[in-house]
Write a protein that binds this ligand. Structure first.
Ligand code: AMP
Ligand code: MG
Length: 360
């Protein structure tokens, strides 16, 4: 009987495998111990509210957070975003930016450290995009009926546009980062930070969470995002790139896993007006003083900081997918364009850096 059993065992387990069995068992025990001792990330607290004419949300892994601490954190995030809004909104006539827009030429206008940081990134993206991104575009944004204006969306007369062009151009504003202060060359220069402030808000919230010791979170302000750490053990945060739908519907085009990075999308699909069968985008090409002629259906940029991703997404919308893709490659930017073909079919164009991050 015993002999039979040994014979069967010898048939089932090869002698060399039998010698390795103890090593295998030890490895199994070590592995399960390691797996159990690796902290599994706890429950996610979800916070949210309104800011900058849109919504914000935060998901943070904070198992130790009780209801009071959660409310407290919610308030502090809201406070950080309220501050960005109070500095940079063009809808609030008393914001720092609105006061700068009314300031006289020639005099240094003292600004907060935050506004100075945003202008520094704006200047860099403006220079690197050959002026496609330009926060002095506000007079044109208003003239075309977008932004904080009561003006009807009617294309302005050519003479009006010619006069407005003289008021637009980053060279008309200088930043002294040490003071910090801004100075205008003309009193009628006006800036609009809508293309960059949401991204900056996302970064401010991310910095706040990091400073408080939170390492695993996803921050979102009106579609601009920044992820840190993981959403669950071994699992990065998953975020959707929307399918651009001019009808206003929301559908997912593709999902990417984001780790310690920011993602911003600019699109022509939600904010535009139509007249005489033509679509006018809210994204203005400062070089032609008119809405961008062929903006991609959407442009998604992934970068370390959301402020930069936000600014570049707008810049590349102005440039369009051909010029934009070439620039993205030269600059090493991770960019994903969605372009609508003649039959309305969507075509995706990813920069090499985007491919390396998500498509390999
Ligand atoms: P975003 O949704 O981030 O692409 O920002 C678009 C908004 O930025 C518009 O609604 C305008 O207020 C402003 N904007 C439009 N064109 C430009 C431009 N060329 N450079 C900077 N800001 C712009
Ligand atoms: Mg933007």
């Amino acid at each position: 009987m015993r002999e039979d059993r040994e014979r069967i065992a010898a048939l089932v387990i090869h002698p060399r495998a039998r010698r390795l069995l103890p090593i295998f068992l030890v490895a199994l025990v070590v592995l399960s111990w390691w797996r159990l001792s690796t902290p599994v990330i706890g429950p996610v607290a979800e916070l949210g509210g309104a800011t900058m004419g849109t919504r914000w949300s935060v998901k943070v892994h904070a198992p130790e957070l009780d209801a009071d601490a959660r409310d407290d954190l919610d308030e502090r995030v809201q406070g950080a975003l309220d501050r960005v809004n109070a500095l940079m909104s063009t809808y609030d006539p008393e914001s720092e930016l609105s006061r700068f827009n009314r300031a006289q030429a020639g005099e240094p206008f003292a600004i907060s450290a935050e506004t100075a940081q945003v202008f520094a990134v704006a200047r860099e993206v403006s220079e690197r995009s050959g002026g496609a991104f330009d926060v002095t575009v506000r007079p044109l944004v208003s003239a075309w009926g977008f932004g904080a204006t009561d003006r009807a969306p009617i294309p302005p007369a050519p003479e009006e546009l010619a006069a407005l062009r003289a008021r637009v151009g980053f060279a008309l504003v200088s930043l002294d980062p040490a003071a910090p202060s801004l100075r205008k060359e003309r009193s009628d220069v006006e800036c609009d930070l809508s293309a960059i402030a949401k991204g900056f808000g996302v970064d401010q919230v991310a910095e706040l969470l990091l400073a408080e010791g939170h390492g695993d979170f996803l921050v979102e302000v009106g579609g601009e995002l920044r992820a840190a750490g993981l959403r669950a053990a071994d699992r990065p945060w998953r975020v959707a790139i929307e399918r651009p739908d001019p009808g206003g519907g929301r559908a997912i085009h593709r999902v990417v896993e984001l780790r310690d990075r920011a993602l911003a999308t600019s699109g022509d699909y939600r904010n535009y007006f139509e007249r005489d069968g033509r679509r006018f985008s809210h994204i203005i090409d400062p070089r032609s003083a008119a809405p961008a002629l062929h903006p991609p259906a959407s442009v998604t940029v992934v970068a370390e900081r959301a402020v930069r991703a936000d600014a570049w997404a707008t810049a590349l919308s102005v440039l369009g997918h051909e010029e934009g893709a070439a620039l993205a490659e030269r600059e090493g930017l991770a960019v994903y364009f969605l372009v609508r073909g003649d039959e309305g079919a969507l075509r995706a164009i990813a920069s090499p850096a985007f491919e390396a991050l998500f498509l390999r």
